[in-house]
Write a protein that binds this ligand. Sequence first.
Ligand SMILES: [Zn+2]
Length: 512
Amino acid sequence: MFVSERRNGDRALVWRSTPPAPPLPGELWTPDRTVRHPSDGPRRASKYAVHQGLAPRTADDAVRHLAEYRHRIATTAAGGALAQFLQHRPARPDQELALPDQDRLWANVLVDSIQARERLIAHLQGGQVADLAELSRNYPGLREFLSTEIALALGVAESTATRRLDEAEAFTTRLPATFAALHAGDISDRKARAVHQGTGDVTPDVARQVERDVLPELPHSTMPQVHELIAAAVIRRDPLGADDRHDRARGRRSITRHHLTDGMGTLKVFSTLQDIATIHTALTAMGEASATPDDERTADNRRVDALVDVCADVLDHGRWREQPLPTQQRRRPHVHVTMPLTALLPGPPTGDMATLAGYGPITPVQARQIAADATLRRLVCDPLSGTLLDHGRTTYEPPVALADHVLARDLTCVMPGCRQSAWRCELDHTEPFRPGRVTGGSTSAANLAPACKHHHRAKDGGGFRLVRTATGYAWTTPLERTYERPNTRLWAPAPEDRPPPPPPEDPDPPPF
Ligand SMILES: [Zn+2]
């Protein structure tokens, strides 16, 4: 809500996160007692609870109820009291009451509720930030594996958990005003994160100056505006640090990939602008060089094809710049696809899927294209192949056929949620192998599991335990919390048609 205010000697429109309260229906608002709220100091409690139980009988009553509700949610600080008011929103007034301009009034009630819920969500996220920061200071396990613990508890990717822990640490140390604004519900979680991202490469002093500069503008700014405001404030407050910031940002250059629907995905390159220009210029030139007179591909299509050709060529020859590629699990690096035999056979679609290890499901047609491509390694799952799957306790290193079986069976690291391709993992003896002893785990399919370097360390020295169960793997964290990783289903029959679930029952229906 904009309000007119004097700033720097001029009158300006300034954003206030709390909208002005609708007029008070006086006779309903006689304060009957004063309660002390731990964070807000003395606050007034009205007879609101009394009115909640009464259905409005007249149009005047209904208008007063709605006005009271709107005033309450607009003026109550984000917290438990606001949550209660929102939970007890009056019902839409009965048409028979014939309220003047009823539709507009009700739409305003909904907009006010949406605004108030937005403040409440931000407040809860602020509380979660505080919890994360406290856990980070007091985690009894190794700090390195705290993000694994959080990722398992929330069912999020470990990179997401790491980011949230980093943000929580920054908010509670470097950016106290941003944290306070989030906790008060004045700015959203996304805007608070933008302040963190934008000030990650400046000194703590500059970070505090920047947050003070931009915070008053953030509530009414869109996300692109927020990023611009922060970037401008960083340059204004630290004009000499641009080169250092660039060097530090360059240190984070990376390629990230994302799995999308329809058998598609994206690859995002984060690097210097000159690197991006080099890549784009080269791919454009290669794409143009590959164009034929009747080429129907777009320029973008040709750039992608050129990039894929270069990479497929490297994998195909197993060499790059005269050096052999390092092997993975004693095989040259390849793209790994696992599919049921039926997916290989041409015919009408049956709902069978193939799986690209570490990425996700692809269609049978895509799978057949890959199977027809000599540069890609194909693993057809056949439980009747008779592969020797148990090599007892005499051999530590699993033979290639056994390793292939385990890798194709599990496809990825066996930590729940980890998508590291099994072929880039280490093969871990779930029960440790003890050479020359009658006890200990065997080198067998039942006792081998792929684990990425990070999660292998979590088990060997990080305080995590792993056991095989009838249905998959069970991990126990240093906090003694157990998480299941079900066996990978390489293919699954189409699910049976189930009736839709019943609509959820409102646990606390409005009283009107
Ligand atoms: Zn892993």
